[in-house]
Design a protein around this ligand. Structure first.
Ligand code: ATP
Length: 320
């Protein structure tokens, strides 16, 4: 490859900018021409493509969001849209594309690769739901945001001996709830991967208050249901502890990325460029057990990552 482009797609995540920076600077270092595509696949179809130089990615490693902006694009689901995208890239002589986003975005990249464009997918999503990597870019920052919020909630919940229900992101993947729950000492973690019984949740809370706890934190991944609904059910079972609900929402997707996310993004961005130069295509770039790993996109799109039951059980054991 001689000319590559980079785009961000789907929901944004902290660290996407660090990944864009790594792709641009690594590409230039290796003598490639590097282009940015504004607003994901929509920008590609609008030919919103511009050259990027070293300075164009200055002062962004510490910023949340994405300077390339993100978008959803209906037209790109169609074969005509995909062909148009490939034609636009070819007309500019761009033969490599790095796509930073989630599962849907790799589906798009996969289609482009079948049309002759070399593609690499980088895991840019807070959900940690991508099976070709142990950690996605943005996940660590999102967990930090949740832990910070729970720290604050604990202070006020202890003063009033109340329980706190914190609804976090994760429609299909409970990793944010799990990791934030373990780190913040949550008593109960409700995730879509593990069935639970609300009577048991209530009994556990009562028992913990009875043996001297002054607060109770329940973390609910949005895939389980709304925090308000969990509160209603708990209120019916043990009204004494008046559950209060906090929905963290998009706050989890913002803010400055943690050093972990910046470093992950930097390593993966550089790896994507080196992989394209080595002639690889249609791959997801991840880190598994500390090693940089390429995985065929065909093998991973629409597959589900295994849930870490050991950590889930540990969190339960430690929060008595
Ligand atoms: P997240 O789930 O974190 O928001 P995502 O990348 O999964 O990220 P999607 O909205 O599913 O987000 O996908 C982003 C874009 O990728 C879509 O708007 C569409 O343009 C393109 N895309 C998704 N799925 C396909 C597909 N099957 N074929 C072609 N393009 C697709």
């Amino acid at each position: 490859v001689k000319k590559i482009a980079v785009l961000t797609s789907g929901g944004d995540s902290q660290g996407m900018n660090a990944a864009v920076r790594a792709v641009v600077r690594s590409g230039l270092f290796h003598g490639l021409e590097v282009y940015g595509v504004q607003r994901g696949y929509q920008g590609l179809l609008n030919n919103d493509i511009f050259p990027m130089d070293l300075r164009s990615v200055g002062d962004i490693i510490q910023r949340g969001g994405t300077v390339l902006q993100s978008a959803r694009c209906k037209e790109f689901y169609t074969a005509e849209g995909q062909e148009k995208g490939a034609d636009i890239l070819r007309a500019r002589g761009i033969d490599g594309l790095v796509v930073i986003g989630g599962d849907g975005s790799y589906n798009g990249a996969n289609k482009l690769s079948k049309l002759g464009i070399n593609t690499m997918g980088l895991p840019g999503t807070i959900d940690n739901d991508i099976s070709f990597t142990d950690y996605t870019i943005g996940f660590d920052t999102a967990v930090s945001v949740v832990v910070d919020a729970v720290n604050k909630l604990r202070d006020t919940m202890s003063s009033h001996e109340r329980s706190s229900i914190v609804e976090v992101m994760g429609r299909h993947c409970g990793d944010i709830a799990l990791h934030a729950g373990l780190a913040s000492g949550a008593e109960t973690i409700l995730v879509p991967e593990v069935p639970f019984d609300m009577d048991e949740v209530a009994d556990r809370m009562k028992a913990n208050f009875a043996h001297g706890k002054r607060h109770s934190i329940i973390i609910v991944a949005e895939g389980v249901g709304r925090g308000e609904d969990v509160a209603k059910e708990l209120m019916e079972r043990c009204p004494t502890y008046e559950p209060r609900v906090t929905v963290l929402g998009h706050i989890q997707r913002g803010g400055t990325p943690t050093p972990f996310d910046r470093n992950l993004a930097s390593r993966l961005g550089d790896f994507a460029v080196r992989s394209l130069i080595a002639g690889e295509t249609d791959k997801g770039c991840g880190i598994i057990k500390g090693e940089l790993v390429l995985t065929d996109i065909d093998k991973v799109v629409n597959t589900k990552k295994d849930f870490d039951m050991n950590t889930y059980e540990l969190a339960q054991r430690l929060s008595q």
